[in-house]
Design a protein around this ligand. Structure first.
Ligand code: ADP
Length: 349
């Protein structure tokens, strides 16, 4: 290889490997060195690139000059990486070499997988209430046609199932709206104390039916408004989701506390901030669930969530909104004692 060819290879960030007619590595660039640390010129390519699809492609290209692409999965890294490998014949001194180029497609594959999972989850979530509705319609048309009592009962169930679908679609719309605005920082000013009061008032009816008493208190000296830069409606959504969960999954007849505090400096935010913690005295849960709790449709107790009319999206929505506000969502729980969901939001100095 001439100095110029080597410099040319080195200037290209994409990993490149040149395999000579003797099937040995004739040259590789630093990009390839990063992906295959054990590989060096002179070695047989099969000692490192030992995957059938790729070796078949190299062989075909060396023998016939016909290029192509193959998928290569690198499992040596912490995270599995996938590459689309292109092979092209290169003639050098009358003999055929093969240039391999590695395009990292891990993120594209991961995004595709997430999308497929999401569509499968949404379909499943919608299918359950839809199947119930169709079943009741059939029963009302047939066996229960003239049974007024059964009709009332079935209609009540149908109303509940339709309500569930309605909430699910509404939450999906909120989620997609929040996601699309996640990179834009909100510009409004929100008084958190006022907002918590409004949310508590709006959840009074639910709290009464679960016999949960709601209290709010300020942990700081209480002077001055607790103001943050934020989107009023989105922060209202976060607080509603957290407080509603505290009521739903807390203890019947228990207490739900919302504590507010302003800090001149919150280490996690590297600046001034407001802390809002929502604490229930319910059963809590095994902390093993914490890392996955904000995933879409992740529920600890599927049955309980469904009977409470949950969509499994409340915490995912809260997490995205808090991210948009450059804040933090923290979860603490102790089985048998209750859970605390804390939101930290940056505040103006
Ligand atoms: P859901 O619509 O199911 O309530 P969320 O995303 O709001 O969905 O919550 C996800 C899951 O987290 C719930 O199904 C429940 O299992 C658990 N969870 C949320 N908040 C609490 C809480 N305060 N106490 C116990 N479990 C909770």
């Amino acid at each position: 290889m001439s100095d110029f060819s080597n410099e040319l290879l080195a200037a290209i960030p994409m990993p490149l490997i040149l395999i000579g007619p003797d099937q040995r590595i004739a040259a590789m660039n630093p990009g390839a060195g990063e992906v295959f640390p054990g590989m060096g010129p002179g070695g047989h390519y099969l000692t490192v690139l030992r995957q059938p699809a790729l070796s078949a492609l190299v062989e075909q290209c060396l023998n016939s000059g016909e290029g192509g692409t193959a998928r290569y999965v690198d499992r040596a890294m912490m995270r599995e990486a996938s590459y689309r490998v292109g092979a092209a014949a290169v003639m050098r001194d009358g003999a055929r070499s093969v240039l391999l180029s590695f395009e990292d497609v891990s993120d594209v594959e991961w995004a595709g997988e997430m999308r497929r999972d999401f569509v499968a989850n949404v379909s499943h979530e919608l299918k359950t209430p839809l199947t119930a509705l169709l079943g009741f319609i059939e029963t009302l048309r047939g066996p229960a046609r003239d049974d007024a009592q059964a009709r009332e009962r079935f209609l009540a169930i149908m109303e509940r199932e339709a309500g569930r679908m309605n909430r699910l679609v509404a939450d999906l719309l909120v989620l997609s709206r929040v996601e699309s605005a996640e990179r834009q920082r909100p510009t409004g000013r929100v008084n958190i104390e006022e907002l918590v009061k409004t949310v508590l008032l709006s959840l009074q009816v639910l709290a009464r039916s679960e016999e949960v008493s709601l209290t709010m208190s300020r942990r700081d000296d209480g002077s001055g408004p607790l103001t943050v830069q934020g989107d009023h409606d989105q922060l209202q959504q976060v607080l509603t989701n957290l407080i509603e969960n505290g009521i739903k999954y807390g203890r019947k007849g228990g207490n739900l506390r919302v504590d507010l505090e302003r800090f001149d400096r919150l280490p996690a935010l590297r600046g001034p901030g407001v802390r809002i913690s929502v604490e229930d005295d319910g059963d809590g849960f095994d902390p093993i669930h914490i890392p996955r709790l904000t995933e879409r449709f992740y529920r600890i107790d599927n049955h309980r969530s469904r009977t409470m009319g949950g969509t499994g999206l409340g915490l995912a929505i809260a997490k995205h909104i808090v991210n948009r506000h450059r804040g933090r969502l923290r979860i603490k729980t102790e089985p048998g004692r209750g859970s605390t969901f804390t939101v930290l939001l940056p505040a103006p100095s």
